[in-house]
Every structure is written in structure tokens, then in C-alpha cells.
Design a protein around this ligand. Structure first.
Ligand code: ARG
Length: 629
């Protein structure tokens, strides 16, 4: 058999058809503008391209452009007439004829609907199935992007509230990296905050040495909670806690003393600093355990404490360039449009959260030279970030610092709620510890492991446990990522472990199904890909279900673009769900292993492509996919 050229080097193979259609529209619109037929500024064209989408119903083609309506309105012409004129131009475009069927006429009020040529689709499938990146191109202009996420305040156990930043940040970092950006992840630990004042005071007044020896973080957590009650001195709370009540009575000035401990730490007091150094390793170990179960890693873990030597300089700089001034003993940055100043130093000399964020920003700018920094942090900190960003921009301009050009983005998210619609708490009203939550997820998952198609082949206990871990933790992560990140969501183990629906288990199950087909059919996947690579004519996408599945799988590149637009991992989960559902319809209706000839090859290729695509998508969400379930 003559060796055919690798399709990857052929320009004609393309997987991102939406991008191709947008490129066609760009040149058509640009030409119409230059010829004076379209009276809009050409800068508006990129925005118009947002109006190209996949159609909801394949009956109407594969993609639809709705831009004729707003354009016609602007120009005072009939949308259908404008659409017809554009269609005339589109049909003549060289790129267009290569990949799409000619368009007859506008649909409805002026939709321009297009259908990918069967041959182009088959070439796309061939390209994706023979390529490690599934035919997904990297971005043409990669950027350096810093992601600041997880960032818990240490010395308190991690709780359910920490899951969102950790999981969303991790998924975004994987997506952006895969898309070709140079990504730097940094866990900005809260390791220098006022919680240490409480712990230091607690350590000095009410520690339990043997408890500390046994489990340091648990004892530090106890001290933190206890001292907080003493400081808050809420009579209702004290009524339930005699130890806290006793301390509150014995130390009426506890609040001031706690503040003084933090100040002493920050001023370099040797006792407090050596205690702090003693506490930190235990705190780090505790969170590392959680990260390793979650499969989350960071390039850097530079806590707030790293920036302490820089804080006085930041305040000094801001004052010198006229942005910060004294106000009632404290120092604040006064910006137009903000009611209150951004405080950078308190009257007692202590620096604040914002001071550290500004110092961190300057440090990152100098050392990492990023184009963008994403802060994946609770929406309750929006005001803080708005003010910090505005200050940084103004400061950068005045001081000629390189960070004036960095795009700063607060990727905010909502709260995790319990089934009662209130912030998720234990029955006793405490926040839910993250480790206990993961344990429960895994334990519940073990009941659905082994229900899948391959269970018959049996799994030993160790394997079962491993799969339960992937399914349980995957369920928790997926449930979080599949939410619109800006809204609150209700945490429900029952829902997230459902085998049908938009859940990790459903996706994991779909992959296991593909693996089952491959194993049962004794299919050699490498050989299969080789066959397609050698002879493009073996791919025949004739059934609408095959076509739909192929188009959905090939949307991967578009999905990455869409996740990046607004930093929404739920765009990825929705697509994975659609892909798994398409696969299910395909597999339920058409025989694969019993099919023959090119039909069998084509369907096996689609199974292989779906399995790999689902797996890659899940991997970008940080979710493991076992081969069996
Ligand atoms: N440690 C902070 C908290 O728990 C979050 C830090 C977020 N990152 C930042 N650069 N401010 O609220």
C-alpha cells in the first residue's frame, strides 16, 4: 500500500469548524466594509463573530450566524436582504468552499446556517484521532498567566469553603496550560494574618501540650476557635462554652492582647517568630495531605509571610507618589470613586491584607512578568480586589512600574450551601471539614463502583478502593465545576453521585463503556488509528448520529476558547455532558462491534475518539478516569 502523507501536515484537515466559519465571516465582513457596502467600523467585526454558534438542532445545519439581525437594524435594512447579500459573498469564499456546503438562503428572520462537508468532517475526525492533542491547536499568542488560588489561611483546618477556589483554580490552570499558555500557579497562603495573634495568645494562655504533641494542627485549630470566642465575647456563644467563658472573665483585655501578639509577630519579636516557625510546618503538612488527595499541585507556595520585608517599602512608595496619606493615624490610599480609602497601614503600625496584595503584585510583576493574573477568590472579596487593582494600576502608572499593563482579574465564585439553602454547616453548626467531606464522598462512591458493565470481570479490593477514590473525589470536584461559578450552589452527595445526568460518574462510566467495547472487540487502537491514517476513505460518516457525535467531539478547541473567555469551567462540563449523551444515543442505536467493513472501522474510530476526548476533558478538570467502574 502506498504511504499517504500524515494528515496533520495537510492544511486541509481541520477540527475547529466554528473557528473556520468565523474566519470566513471575518474576511467577508472586512471586504464588505472596505467596499463600502457595510457601514460599520471594522473594529466591530470581532464582536459580531460572537454571534456564531453551534445550532441546537442539526436539522438547521451545524453552525448558525445571527449577526445579520443586529447589523441590519444598525443599517436600517431588512435582515433577510442583508443575510442574502452576505451569503452570496460567503459562498464565493475560498476557505468556505473547502469546508462547508454552499448555503441556499437565509433561514427564518435572517439566520445564516452552515453545514460542514462530509469529507471535511471525516478529515477532521482523522486528524483528531491520530493526534495526541486531539487536533486541538494551541493559542496563536500565548501569554504568561499567574493563577492565585486555594490560598487558605493556615492554622485552621481546611473546610468546605476552600474547595471552590482550589478546584476551580486547578481546572483553569490545566485548561490554560493545555491551550498553550505559560501558566504559573501560586498558592498565596494566609500564613501571616491575625489568626496567628489568636493562636499565639492561646498558646501562651491555654495550650494543651500533650494534645499538641499528638496532633499539632488539631490543637492549633482548637486554640484558634477558642480564642476567637474569647475575643468575640458573644454572650450567647459563651453560654455554650464554659472554658471560653472562664477565659473571657479572667482576661477582660484579651482582644487587645491578641492584637498585640500579631503586632509583635510582625515587628520581629523573637519569641513569637520562633513559635510561628514551629507552627508552620505542621500547618503545611495538613493542607498538603488534602492537596494530594485532590490531585492539586502548585508551582509555588509563596504565602503572605514572604512579602513582609517589602511592606514598609510599599507604603513608603505609595506615600511618596502621592497616592497614600495619613488619616487618623492610619495610612490609606484615596481613590476617586471609592467611598472609603484602601488601608495599607493601621494606626498601631500593622500592615494589612491589601498591603500584602500590592507587594505580591509588584513582586510577581518583577519576577514573573505576567500578562495576566487571575485571583480565584470568594465573591465577598470583590470590593477588596477592585480597590487593589485600581490602586495597582494608578501606582504602576505613577511609578512607571511594569505592572501597569498587567491584566488583573478577580475570578469570583459563590458560596457552597447545604440542602437547607444556608451556608453548608455540620448539624452542630460548625463548618464542614474538607477531609471529612472527601472521606464521605469516597465512602458513598464505593457503593456505585462495580455496577458498570465491566464489573462482571471483577475487581479486587485494592482496585475497588482506588476506583471509589476517583469516583468520590471526582464527584465532589465535578459538582463544583459544573456550577455557574458566580452563583451559590447546594451541596448534595445524592445528586453528585447519580450515574445518569451531568455528573463525573456519568462521564467516567461513558469512558469505561468505550474501554469495554475496545476490550470485548479485541481492538488494537494503535492499529485502528494507523488504518485511518493510511487510508482516509475508510471513514464514512453516513448516519446522523455518527455525524453528530463527530461534530460534538471536535468541538474541543471551541470549548477551550469559551472556557478562557470568562474563566468558566462549567462550559467544559456542559460540553462533556453533551458528548457523553451523544455517545450514549449513538451506542444505543447503532451496532459497533457487529458492524462490518468501513462502517465498523468508522464507528470504532468514533468510540476511540469519544473515549479519549472525554478522558482528556476530565483530566483538564483535574478528575481521574478509571478504565473500569
Ligand atoms: N487567604 C485569603 C482568604 O482565605 C485568600 C487569599 C486570596 N489571594 C490573594 N492574593 N488575596 O480569604
Amino acid at each position: 500500500m502506498p504511504r499517504r502523507s500524515n494528515p496533520l501536515s495537510e492544511e486541509s484537515s481541520l477540527t475547529n469548524f466554528r473557528r473556520a466559519f468565523r474566519d470566513v465571516l471575518t474576511s467577508v465582513l472586512e471586504q464588505a466594509v472596505s467596499e463600502g457596502d457595510l457601514k460599520i467600523p471594522s473594529e466591530e467585526i470581532p464582536f459580531l463573530l460572537q454571534q456564531v454558534r453551534e445550532t441546537a438542532d442539526p436539522k438547521f445545519g451545524d453552525f448558525t450566524a445571527t449577526l445579520a439581525m443586529p447589523l441590519a437594524k444598525k443599517m436600517g435594512v431588512k435582515p433577510r436582504d442583508l443575510a442574502s447579500d452576505l451569503i452570496g459573498r460567503i459562498n464565493k469564499d475560498q476557505l468556505f468552499v473547502k469546508y462547508f456546503q454552499p448555503i441556499d438562503a437565509p433561514v427564518g428572520p435572517g439566520f445564516i446556517n452552515v453545514r460542514v462537508l462530509d469529507q471535511a468532517l471525516a478529515d477532521g475526525v482523522r486528524m483528531a484521532c491520530c493526534n495526541d492533542r486531539l487536533g486541538v491547536a494551541k493559542v496563536s499568542q500565548p501569554q504568561t498567566i499567574v493563577l492565585d488560588y486555594s490560598s487558605p489561611n493556615v492554622a485552621k483546618p481546611m473546610h468546605v469553603g476552600h474547595i471552590r477556589s482550589t478546584v476551580i483554580g486547578d481546572a483553569l490552570s490545566r485548561v490554560l496550560r493545555f491551550h498553550g499558555h505559560s501558566v504559573i500557579t501560586d498558592n498565596h497562603l494566609g500564613d501571616w494574618g491575625t489568626q496567628f495573634g489568636m493562636i499565639l495568645w492561646g498558646w501562651k494562655h491555654c495550650r494543651d501540650d500533650s494534645a499538641y504533641k499528638e496532633n499539632p494542627t488539631q490543637e492549633l485549630g482548637r486554640l484558634y476557635r477558642l480564642v476567637r470566642k474569647v475575643v468575640d465575647a458573644d454572650p450567647q456563644e459563651l453560654a455554650h462554652d464554659s472554658i471560653a467563658a472562664g477565659l473571657a472573665e479572667k482576661y477582660p483585655n484579651a482582644r487587645q492582647e491578641v492584637l498585640a501578639e500579631t503586632v509583635k509577630l510582625h515587628e520581629g519579636d523573637s519569641e513569637n517568630n520562633s513559635l510561628w516557625e514551629q507552627f508552620i510546618p505542621a500547618c503545611r503538612e495538613e493542607i498538603e495531605r488534602v492537596y494530594s488527595r485532590l490531585d492539586v499541585t502548585f508551582d509555588h507556595t509563596m504565602g503572605e509571610s514572604c512579602y513582609q520585608p517589602l511592606l514598609a517599602g510599599v507604603v513608603n512608595d505609595l506615600t511618596t507618589c502621592g497616592m497614600a496619606r495619613e488619616s487618623r493615624g492610619a495610612v490609606g490610599v484615596f481613590l476617586e470613586g471609592y467611598e472609603s480609602p484602601l488601608l495599607v497601614q493601621k494606626a498601631d503600625g500593622a500592615f494589612l491584607y491589601a498591603t500584602t496584595d500590592l507587594a505580591t503584585l509588584a513582586w510577581r510583576a518583577e519576577h514573573w512578568k505576567p500578562d495576566r493574573i487571575l485571583y480565584i477568590v470568594d465573591h465577598r472579596q470583590s470590593q477588596h480586589f477592585q480597590q487593589v487593582f485600581a490602586t495597582a494600576r494608578a501606582w504602576g502608572c505613577r511609578a512607571g512600574e511594569q505592572f501597569s499593563g498587567i491584566e488583573l482579574i478577580h475570578v469570583a465564585f459563590g458560596t457552597v450551601l447545604g440542602e437547607d439553602g444556608k451556608p453548608f454547616k455540620t448539624r452542630a453548626g460548625d463548618t464542614v471539614g474538607l477531609e471529612a467531606l472527601l472521606d464521605e464522598g469516597v465512602q458513598r462512591a464505593s457503593s456505585i463502583v462495580g455496577e458498570g458493565e465491566q464489573a462482571r470481570q471483577g475487581m479486587d479490593d485494592a482496585r475497588r478502593q482506588e476506583v471509589a477514590e476517583a469516583v468520590g473525589i471526582g464527584a465532589i470536584k465535578y459538582a463544583d465545576l459544573s456550577q455557574n461559578r458566580t452563583t451559590d450552589y447546594v451541596f448534595s452527595f445524592d445528586k453528585m453521585l447519580e450515574l445518569k445526568g451531568n455528573t463525573a460518574a456519568y462521564m467516567q462510566y461513558a469512558v469505561a463503556r468505550v474501554e469495554g467495547i475496545v476490550t470485548r472487540g479485541g481492538v488494537d487502537r494503535e492499529l485502528l488509528r494507523h488504518e485511518v491514517l493510511e487510508d482516509p476513505s475508510v471513514l464514512e460518516l453516513s448516519d446522523p448520529l455518527e455525524r453528530r457525535l463527530a461534530l460534538t467531539a471536535l468541538r474541543f478547541g471551541c470549548v477551550l476558547e469559551d472556557v478562557e473567555v470568562d474563566y468558566r469551567p462549567n462550559v467544559m462540563t456542559s460540553w462533556l455532558f453533551e458528548l457523553a449523551s451523544c455517545f450514549s444515543s449513538f451506542y444505543d442505536a447503532l451496532s459497533v462491534l457487529k458492524a462490518e467493513g468501513n462502517q465498523r472501522t468508522t464507528r470504532l474510530v468514533l468510540c476511540d475518539l469519544t473515549g479519549r476526548t472525554l478522558r482528556q476533558g476530565m483530566e483538564l478538570l483535574g478528575i481521574r478516569v478509571p478504565n473500569q467502574m
